[in-house]
Design a protein around this ligand. Sequence first.
Ligand code: PLP
Length: 462
Amino acid sequence: MSDEREFLRLTADLAADFVDSLAERPVRPEASVEEMRRALGGPLQEQPRDPREVIDELSRATEPGLAAMGSGRYFGFVIGGAVPAALAADMLTSAWDQNAALALPTPAAAVVEEVVGGWLAELLGIPGSASFALVTGCQMAHATCLAAARHHVLAQVGHDVERAGLAGAPPIRVVAGAKRHGTLDRALRLLGIGTDAVREVPVDDQGRMLTRALHEELRGDRNGPTIVCAQAGEVNTGAFDDLETAADATRDAGGWLHVDGAFGLWAAASPTLRHLIAGAERADSWATDAHKWLNVPFDCGVAFCAHPEPHRAAMGIRSDYLLHAEPEAGRDPVDWNPEHSRRARGFTVYAALRSLGRSGVTELVDRCCAHARRFALELGDLPGCEILNDVVLNQVLFRFEDDEKTNAVLTRVQAGGEAWMGGTMWDGRAAIRVSVTNWRTTSADIDRTIAAFERALADLAG
Ligand SMILES: *Cc1c(COP(=O)(O)O)cnc(C)c1O
């Protein structure tokens, strides 16, 4: 290739073209999986090709199969977005291409992680003495935290799980709500604890653990290793378990309290929402995401552990060929993470936090929640629409007269391309879920989305 610099400039232009297109391109992907297979598949050719051609073709061929997940009118799943500083930092992270496992070979990547670990703990109301890890997402944050929990509750009964594995260990009891996130179960599978270990606590109509049932499960029972998993932000309703009760009950049972706060933990950054997570600061571990509400590009999750020793015991690694820092000389990310070679995830988080500042994070969280409340008010006025959740945070869950109508309305809105959100089943009935987590979302985006629902309803009526 003639000029690598020119090539990277052109590539940055392609990236900017896509970001520009978010404002007006259809939010849904226009091409199907089958069409993408036809456009991108086929056998790998024998000979090398010019990188410029490759990137040109790649961007043109993928274009119709991309969703505008970064659009202000993408309300599916809990997706977040990318604030400009974080997106730019992500591009630089690729160019810098640091393997952020160890501090001495890349002091910049390691120190940026140290710094954001402290900033995040402070924003999220987590004790400053907590250890942390930047991981791929909340899924691996669960795996990291629950590995520390597994170490701790088994060490209490004299079992060294890192050496002996689970063979010969007493069973671990995991107490969690019926509406826990599926990634918790997968973390238990990965850790060899297994999903049969879950003692499921029944939940109310918002998905919150019933506090009496939680107390009953744990009361006076100090025999046996116990991990309690509470939730801050149910993925459909945004509801919070009563974390003071969870902390009390866990303490009485001598257990470990883990909090799934993938997006809900960010309520701590807002003085008006902070009350929702009262008690969270008493937990033993916390899992959250930066790629959701902090609006850094995929992927970045964060694990926090109130007890650095079990965290280190579960994750630490030593190899003769690695260049480990002495504790005072730097924090080696590899000792706190499940990954070995790893992307330098700290740079995007650093850029997002620097550009937003503390007040910007608060304002982002508050603004998304205000949009969600407005959604609920205006959707609730549509004929036949029923809002199913208390809109305490950024999630709105609703349905129309019956499952058929609900699905028909949703399919029409999705196909229209003006906005995108997903469906779910809530207590056996079809429902539509809206999640507001993107910094780009404006009042005009809410107007346009409500109008799309009005059109869908009119089309179905006529
Ligand atoms: C998104 C989510 C997860 C999983 O997070 P990933 O980043 O997708 O791994 C876990 N719990 C809750 C409540 C979530 O919303």
